[in-house]
Design a binder for this molecule. Structure first.
Ligand code: URP
Ligand code: ZN
Ligand code: ZN
Ligand code: ZN
Length: 472
């Protein structure tokens, strides 16, 4: 059905203006004043901001990890995402050495197809590079539209790949037009430090942080960036947590390397002291990389403001406290890593970032949506308010006050890492391709309504981009 959004203040990554938005056939058909309202449902956005639906470039839904599986799947996870103003997720498809990539991708399609309530794409983990993998890449990119690969530099003997694999992935990505993502921590040294800590009887959650010091994130980030420069390729560093890593990204960018960085809400507002909470509560705050000393937060905020970091992902990877985080009660190395964030990504950035004057409203939209759309081949279908773009739209009340709590959240887990945090600013209604998913703070969407997104090749800042523009 045709819809007309009136009286809202439209925010894009570039502009702030007042106009009406006409939606037809799931797309934005007109932006202007006095648009034809006949036959359209009129939505009054008075007092609200109207911006493009969030794109969460980093989620782990229904993912096996540490002997268990994340609690939120593509249904509960995308419902929670929608409540929080996110209309697209890009989830990490795990792969297994020796198995065709195609099988893993089919597994991820099966997990998501009937369940997602918003649109979604996949990144693909690269665990090894050999003839079989190289032969499959054209299918992955051209047929599946998966144009970003993830290499883990940590989680030794589980996900970790060696430097040769990373380097050859960078070269292949350059050749095929894909973006390489890295989890940058030095897994070998972490492995040594964690074994030593356990042997010495240091088994509490805080040792998760103490055995993964920021130097090891900085070192791996710098190594990946250097290899990217050598391969003349492109790199996206996920979940940047500390000053050491920000410095390495800034250094690479100053040399003109195509290196991009993402941080996550948890690193902006929580710190290492949370891991020391009594009664094993510290386990709720076990992420890799770990939460850092508080002073790092200011460095991250400044990097978002200055553009040295470009995106905010959630790294949604949720486990119950009881029954899952519990697995590591006697040994921190057995605590499944990750937390529930998908729902509060926008609220936290808006409340702590925009309202506290750390970033502008336009930067907020860029960080939560537009930049991810550009980097991951979804722009301008997603990531902006423009004629022809999908009508993925958030109507956001910037004055609404809320206390984040497990009592009211929509994720499937038994705790919230931000419990008790007051935030100002909340989505009122959220549309995905012109249909309400959230209407007046109620879920009205449908599992299976989300569409799989085949994404375009990486072309930001490369000569290819200019050629493509010229040839149109
Ligand atoms: O602790 C985290 N980040 N868990 C999710 C997996 C990953 O490393 O991104
Ligand atoms: Zn309709
Ligand atoms: Zn990671
Ligand atoms: Zn992750």
């Amino acid at each position: 059905m045709k819809k007309l959004i009136k009286n809202g203040t439209i925010i894009t990554a570039a502009d702030t203006f007042t106009a009406e938005i006409l939606i037809e056939d799931g797309k934005i058909s007109q932006i202007g004043t006095n648009l034809p309202a006949q036959g359209a449902e009129v939505i009054d956005a008075n007092g609200c901001l109207v911006f493009p639906g969030g794109i969460d470039p980093h989620t782990h839904l229904d993912m096996p990890f540490g002997g268990t599986v994340t609690k939120d799947d593509f249904e509960t996870g995308t419902i929670a995402a929608a409540f929080g103003g996110t209309t697209t997720v890009i989830d990490f498809c795990l792969t297994n050495k020796g198995e065709p990539l195609k099988n893993s991708i089919q597994t991820w399609h099966a997990k998501s197809k009937e369940k997602a309530v918003i649109d979604y794409g996949f990144h693909l983990m690269i665990a090894e590079i050999n003839e079989n993998v190289l032969n499959e890449l054209p299918y992955v990119i051209n047929e599946e539209g998966i144009t970003s690969f993830k290499v883990f530099m940590a989680y030794k003997n589980v996900f970790q790949a060696d430097d040769e694999t990373l380097f050859r992935t960078l070269i292949s990505a350059k050749e095929h037009g894909a973006l390489v993502m890295v989890h940058a921590e030095n897994g070998d040294v972490i492995d040594y430090l964690t074994k030593k800590a356990v042997e010495e009887g240091n088994r509490d959650p805080i040792y998760h942080a103490l055995t993964r010091p920021p130097e090891l994130e900085g070192e791996a980030t710098g190594r990946a960036a250097k290899l990217t420069g050598l391969a003349n390729s492109q790199l996206y560093v996920v979940h940047v947590s500390c000053a050491d890593a920000v410095e390495k990204i800034a250094e690479a960018r100053s040399k003109g390397f195509n290196v991009w960085g993402e941080t996550c809400p948890q690193y902006l507002v929580l710190d290492q002291s949370y891991l020391e909470r009594p009664n094993f509560e510290g386990a709720k705050y076990v992420w890799s990389p770990p939460l850092r000393e508080k002073w790092n937060q200011e460095v991250l905020w400044n990097a978002l403001k200055s553009g040295q970091l470009q995106t905010l992902g959630s790294d949604q990877c949720s486990f119950d406290f009881k029954g899952q985080k519990d697995l590591g009660r006697d040994d921190f190395t057995k605590i499944p890593n990750g937390g529930p964030i998908i729902e509060d990504r926008l609220s936290i950035l808006f409340s702590e970032g925009v309202r506290k004057g750390r970033i502008s409203l336009n930067q907020f939209v860029d960080l939560t949506s537009t930049r991810a759309a550009k980097l991951f081949g979804l722009f301008p279908k997603k990531g902006t308010i423009a004629v022809g773009s999908d009508a993925d739209i958030v109507i956001f009340d910037p004055q609404a006050e809320r206390v984040i709590s497990v009592e009211t959240h929509h994720m499937a887990v038994d705790y919230n890492a931000f419990e008790g945090m007051k935030v100002t600013g909340e989505p009122v209604s959220v549309l995905s391709r012109g249909e309400f998913v959230i209407r007046d703070k109620q879920f009205v969407g449908k599992p299976g309504a989300g569409q799989y997104l085949k994404r375009a090749k990486y072309s930001v800042n490369t000569p290819l981009n200019i050629n493509q523009t010229l040839s149109i």
